[in-house]
Design a protein around this ligand. Structure first.
Ligand code: ZN
Length: 411
């Protein structure tokens, strides 16, 4: 039995109205220093450079995911009976803690180091951390169970499906939250209706046929959010400059470690060693931005210029790539303007499939329960989803370079 709080706690939230907390171990985990750090990491990384109100944090998103999982566990018919109390608490904690390992400007930050955020999430849960202490004090088996659910290793499919499938609490919260905080309407869908039409069959969540159209809406919401928000070219430009900034710092450090004396917040990430949990947790966006403002005065002209660009939003321009020849020509042009193309030219590709029907894993697909009780995979029964799946994947390749090199129009 897990200890309950003397009084149920509620926290206000613009997406779910209230977040309800009943278990002490969940309340204590929220108070842990590793979870509090998520207040200092933007949920959407550099997107606030485009949508100026996208200031929400991983902290509020994580609470939102927890709340959706809590509602799945307590309100969806059949779930409570299917799970033990230990499993219910573990999956709610998995929802709360699934993003613990994110770093500043997550996507770009991941590209410039050896491990992904999933690796750090697991290190924090299983290693020497405050949150590990809290979980193991409540039950010694809890840290591993939570880590197993997040990493898709847990034998009970239903648990992993709630946290990361294609209709999971993580995606449902971030779509609604990101739409709200960017002020866009693309991400809207009817969460209440989805929750009301979910059922359990065969150790997995299925949607009743009557909820299928709401799920189609959710898939379309995802599609639009990707192209309008997540892959916005200005955010990608910020990331391109950020990656160059970090690459330059790494190169300077490798040539002469002393050249970065006084920039201690960055040094653990510049060595070719595994970063300790303590160093990793100390790195948040305020630390990163402070380091960047110090770099503005660094004697290296490239590093200081890239820092200045990030701080003043003097980002790179961009163009669609039609053919390989245009890439080579632009790179030459960048060099001709006097820029080092190692740091002032980059190419990236954004690609997205709003729904993937068969990826080998049952738990990641969306299942529909027909009126006669048969269970089918979503794209077998939804004409709209079938059209999306069969259609060509939309992909977008762009090159990024200093605006002064070429005359281009930008938003
Ligand atoms: Zn998340």
């Amino acid at each position: 039995m897990f200890e309950l709080l003397a009084e149920k706690k509620v926290m206000r939230d613009p997406i779910h109205e209230y977040i309800h907390i009943q278990y002490k171990v969940i309340w204590d985990s929220i108070d842990s220093l590793e979870f509090q750090r998520l207040r200092r990491i933007h949920q959407l990384g550099p997107t606030f450079q485009v949508y100026h109100t996208a200031e929400h944090s991983r902290f509020s998103h994580s609470l939102g995911v927890y709340e959706i999982v809590r509602r799945m566990v307590e309100e969806v018919e059949g779930v409570k009976e299917h799970l033990s109390e230990f499993e219910r608490v573990a999956v709610m904690l998995a929802g709360l803690l699934h993003d613990l390992g994110h770093g500043p400007f997550s996507h770009a930050f991941e590209l410039i180091q050896n491990h992904h955020h999933e690796y750090y999430t697991e290190q924090i849960l299983l290693g020497e951390s405050a949150v590990h202490q809290i979980l193991s004090k409540a039950d010694v088996n809890l840290p591993k169970a939570v880590a197993d659910i997040i990493a898709h290793r847990h034998p009970k499919k239903l648990l992993t499906q709630m946290i990361s499938g294609q209709l999971d609490a993580d995606r449902m919260d971030y779509l609604l939250r990101d739409a709200y905080f960017t002020g866009t309407s693309y991400g809207q869908f009817d969460l209440e209706r989805i929750l009301r039409t979910l059922r359990v069959a065969d150790d997995r969540l299925v949607v009743k046929e009557s909820g299928m159209h709401t799920v189609e809406d959710y898939i379309m919401a995802r599609y639009h959010m990707y192209w309008q928000v997540y892959y916005h070219p200005v955010s990608r430009s910020f990331e391109a400059v950020l990656i160059s900034f970090f690459r330059r710092m790494k190169d300077l450090y490798h040539n002469n470690p002393l050249s970065l004396t006084g920039y201690d917040m960055f040094t653990p990430f510049l060595k070719d060693e595994v970063v300790s949990i303590e160093d990793y947790v100390s790195m948040d966006e305020p630390a990163f931005m402070y380091g960047m403002s110090l770099c503005k005065k660094h004697p290296d002209a490239i590093l200081s210029d890239l820092a200045r660009r990030l701080l003043t939003r003097d980002l790179f321009g961009y163009l669609d790539i039609d053919n390989e020849k245009s890439v080579a020509e632009m790179k030459k042009k960048v060099e001709f303007c006097g820029f080092n193309s190692e740091y002032y030219f980059s190419v990236d590709r954004a690609k997205q499939q709003p729904y993937q029907p068969y990826r080998g894993k049952d738990s990641s697909m969306i299942w529909v329960m027909l009126k006669d009780g048969r269970i089918r995979e979503l794209s077998d029964v939804s004409v709209i989803v079938q059209a999306i799946v069969k259609g060509e994947d939309k992909s977008d390749r762009k090159m990024f370079f200093p605006k002064s090199c070429v005359e281009v129009n930008h938003e």
